[in-house]
Ligand binder design. Structure first.
Ligand code: 2P0
Length: 330
């Protein structure tokens, strides 16, 4: 038996498209910030008494159909470890599921950590990152804390994440504006594939990301939050242009998303250094220097309720332990 806790991450340079859908090899590199406030804790126990994998999320048992993606992932771990037994998986999500707050990132990172340890594999963090990738692309980055780069690579062994700065030594912070926590209509998986195959702008996106990765890493080196925020904002808008320009076009924005964008821009025009980014859902995340937190919150509460705003500093990488003796397994 093993338990793992992994935090979610929000990309500052987005991953939006796969080269290999089976192995989840992305078209481009990406770069993210791991968040302290949103995480998943997962316990895995391989049990000879089970006749199928048994998965609970937030104490609710999943149907076999709903558990299929988890079972497919466990199958990879069984193949690799030689374990035959089915597993009991109990997962608690401290992330609003499927609302663009990347619950699959923390979920598959935690599952990779707990399942591999429970199966007796002792993987290092790079191997865990590669394994998590097989569950969900963004999970690749959630193995590490702080600012993280996912190298797209060209095959299973070369596509993994690496920390750029695990413990932040400057004030970069994020705030999520919780607009809607309902499940989305177009999954990221469907959405990004539609963009790759039908958006006429996809080739340009690859060039945008290559330039943004370099500029973002330079900005991080300088601890330059206005530059980090500006690059992240433009990168997010260009990612979302790939949804609008797909055939059929679609969007993750709701009217409240645009309201939030306007609120952030208005604050900035009033001299508060804050920037926005959006993922595969309507919620908006705001990037700023923690010393400006109070100003950002008081500005946004002109438009949103205070309880819609969730502040999150940078978070740590994965932890894995044995609950019986509290011993760390990583
Ligand atoms: C990211 N997103 O870089 C981008 C930006 C959402 C927008 O990664 O198919 O759940 O499991 O690899 O990782 C969300 O997509 O997709 C995502 P799969 P995933 O964070």
């Amino acid at each position: 038996m093993a338990t793992a806790k992994a935090h979610t991450n929000i990309a500052l340079v987005k991953y939006w498209g796969k080269k290999d859908q089976q192995l989840i090899i992305p078209q481009t590199n990406s770069l993210s910030l791991t968040l302290d406030e949103f995480y998943t804790t997962t316990r895995v126990n391989f049990d000879p008494g089970l006749t199928a994998d048994q998965v609970t999320i937030n104490h609710k048992l999943l149907s076999p159909a709903a558990a299929r993606r988890t079972s497919a992932f466990l199958e990879l771990v069984r193949q690799r470890s030689g374990r035959q037994q089915f597993a009991r998986v109990d997962s608690i999500n401290h992330v609003p599921t499927a609302a663009g707050l990347a619950s699959s990132a923390s979920a598959f990172a935690a599952l990779a950590g707990a399942a591999s340890a429970a199966a007796g594999l002792s993987l290092d963090r790079r191997e865990l990152s590669r394994l998590a990738r097989r569950g969900s692309g963004s999970a690749t980055r959630s193995i590490f804390g702080g600012l993280v780069e996912w190298h797209r690579g060209h095959d299973d062994s070369t596509s993994f994440a690496e920390p750029i700065m695990e413990k932040l030594d400057f004030g970069l912070e994020m705030l999520a504006i919780m607009i809607n926590t309902k499940k989305k209509k177009v999954t990221s998986r469907q959405g990004m594939q539609a963009s790759v195959t039908t958006s006429p702008y996809y080739a340009s996106w690859r060039e945008v990301v290559a330039a943004d990765m370099q500029a973002m890493k330079d900005a991080i080196n300088r601890r330059d939050i206005p530059a980090i925020g500006h690059i992240a904002e433009e990168n997010a808008l260009r990612m979302h242009a790939l949804t609008l320009s797909a055939d059929p076009g679609y969007t993750y924005f709701s009217s409240a998303t645009l309201t939030a964008i306007q609120a952030v821009r208005a604050l900035r025009e009033n001299g508060v250094g804050c920037y926005f980014t959006m993922d595969a859902g309507p919620n908006v995340k705001v990037i700023y220097d923690r010393q400006d937190r109070d100003q950002v919150i008081s500005g946004l509460t002109q438009t949103f309720d205070r309880d819609q705003l969730v502040v999150s500093p940078a978070g740590p990488g994965i932890q894995i332990w044995n609950e019986n003796n509290n011993q760390s397994l990583l």
